[in-house]
Design a protein. Structure first.
Length: 364
């Protein structure tokens, strides 16, 4: 029996992109597809667009509660074996459902699949970029140990770049709505590896749209986005602890280079707005050093490079700190450093992660 692929579009005021997202699902070559569209209280023309397609999918309209609430509502209605959460500003390629269904049938106990994404601009035209770049390994294999130690340092794909085993999602849903009004994919990506393997699909299966509302991709440091990320990662850490204990997993060493680096950058660049009242430069620096040293997937020279980065951020003039932040948050801008990192970076066929300086291109 063929797997059913449920595709859940979550939308909030993305009417100018929504039609493209819906059409991309309706054009799937795979026949066993269920489409659910959740509108999270949009005030633009989204409901009109949804009404135009009302005979093609299950439509859910709710008051504005945030991304987690939208995903919860959609998943509650889904009947599929495989679940894809598609952001309304993104698109799936025609073969995506067929590819993930075939992968799931060969690996029915997997927790999640992820695939590469073509980057498109506001108008839907290709930028020529692939996310992640073709030379960058995607999360693959048994990643439970990595999640328990440095969940935030993994090169997770954004919401639309993943397909989930519905049986695994039923173990972790509903997503806490107060904690994840945005970045709900962080919760999903951090928790699903605790319950099974992650499979990397090398095909480019989706289009990720860069536009004004996800302009953290544009290459400049946005402190508000940085602070929001920290708050959501902290909530995700609480969730990891919550689910790890009943599984007999030890999460006491959970920390990450990325989380510590964001704390340090926040304290250096905008201390008055730092979200954690009991934090300090010394605590953030110490956390960064500990996280760097426990990155067992990295060679010693790269760990030393991370240690140096933390020290420089802690003591450098603010103008230099901004430059160091850009190197951390936007790895595509650091071409000379990338050449050095590629020399030191340990490549594995399984359990591969991005280097600790590579911040993750997540939607804020």
């Amino acid at each position: 029996m063929s797997a059913i692929v449920s595709i859940i579009i979550n939308n909030y005021n993305y009417g100018h992109f929504l039609r493209d997202a819906i059409e991309s699902v309706l054009k799937q070559t795979y026949s066993s597809v269920e489409l659910i569209v959740v509108d999270d209280g949009s005030t633009d023309d989204s409901l009109t667009i949804i009404h135009d397609y009302r005979h093609h999918f299950i439509a859910i309209a709710q008051e504005h509660k945030g991304q987690a609430a939208a995903l919860n509502a959609g998943f509650a209605q889904a009947t599929g074996d495989v679940i894809i959460f598609l952001d309304a500003d993104d698109q799936l390629h025609p073969q995506t459902a067929a590819i993930v269904a075939q992968t799931w049938e060969h690996h029915p106990n997997l927790a999640r699949m992820n695939y590469r994404m073509e980057v498109i601009d506001h108008n839907g035209k290709s930028t020529g970029m692939i996310k992640p770049a073709l030379h960058v390994p995607m999360p693959n294999g048994n990643l439970c140990n990595q999640v328990l130690h440095f969940a935030d340092d993994m090169g997770w794909l954004p919401t639309s770049g993943n397909a989930y085993n519905a049986a695994v999602l039923r173990k972790i849903f509903p997503i806490p709505e107060q904690d994840f009004p945005i970045l709900a994919d962080c919760y999903l990506n951090h928790l699903t590896p605790l319950f099974g393997d992650v499979i990397a699909i090398e095909d480019v299966c989706a289009s990720y749209r860069m536009h004004g509302h996800n302009n953290h991709e544009q290459g400049y440091v946005n402190m508000a986005q940085l602070r929001r990320s920290m708050v959501h990662w902290q909530a995700s850490h609480r969730a990891i602890h919550h689910f790890a204990a009943p599984l007999g997993l030890n999460s006491t060493n959970l920390g990450s280079v990325t989380f510590a680096a964001h704390r340090l950058l926040s304290l250096r660049l905008a201390p008055a707005l730092h979200p954690f009242s009991n934090d300090s430069l010394g605590k953030a620096l110490g956390a960064g050093w500990r996280a760097s040293l426990q990155r067992f997937d990295l060679r010693i020279p790269l760990r030393l490079l991370l240690l140096c980065w933390f020290v420089c951020v802690a003591i450098a003039p603010k103008k230099l700190v901004y430059w160091l932040a850009q190197q951390f948050l936007f790895p595509e801008t650091r071409i000379p450093i990338n050449a050095l990192l590629q020399h030191f970076h340990r490549r594995r066929h399984h359990n591969q992660t991005q280097d600790g300086l590579a911040a993750f291109s997540q939607k804020y």
